[in-house]
Design a protein around this ligand. Structure first.
Ligand code: ZN
Length: 122
C-alpha cells in the first residue's frame, strides 16, 4: 500500500492539466490507485467478517451447551444423600451371621473371610 502511495504521488506531482496525455495518464493511475485501496479494504473487511462469524459460532455453541446443561440439571435433580438412599433401597446393608447360606465365604473386594457381625451388601 505504501509503495502504491509513493508511486501515485510521483505520478501526480508533475501533472500539467493542459497536457491531455499527462492528465489521462494520471487519471488512469488515480483509478488504479483507488481500485487497489478498495481491494485492500475489502480484504480487511472480509477477514474481519470471517473472524466475527467464527466468534459468533463459538458463542452460539457455548450458549447451546450452557442451556442444555442447565436444562438437564433442572429435570434430573439428584443429591448425594438421595443417591445413597437409592443404592441402600436397591441393595440393603445386612449383617453377616453363620446361619446365612452363602456360596462364597470371603469378600470379593478385600478377600477377607466373613466374620460374625460383618456388615455387607449383596
Ligand atoms: Zn471386603
Amino acid at each position: 500500500m505504501a509503495k502504491m502511495c509513493s508511486k501515485f504521488k510521483k505520478l501526480t506531482v508533475g501533472v500539467n492539466p493542459r497536457n491531455k496525455n499527462s492528465y489521462t495518464k494520471s487519471l488512469f493511475y488515480l483509478i488504479i490507485f483507488h481500485y487497489h485501496i478498495a481491494i485492500a479494504a475489502m480484504e480487511i473487511v472480509s477477514k474481519l467478517i470471517n473472524k466475527l462469524i467464527i466468534l459468533l459460532l463459538i458463542l452460539i455453541i457455548e450458549l447451546i451447551l450452557l442451556i442444555r446443561k442447565l436444562k438437564s440439571h433442572n429435570t434430573h435433580p439428584i443429591t448425594t444423600p438421595q443417591f445413597l438412599k437409592f443404592i441402600e433401597d436397591k441393595h440393603p446393608t445386612i449383617c453377616y451371621t453363620k446361619r446365612m447360606k452363602l456360596d462364597c465365604l470371603e469378600c470379593s473386594v478385600c478377600l477377607c473371610e466373613f466374620m460374625e457381625g460383618d456388615k455387607m451388601k449383596l
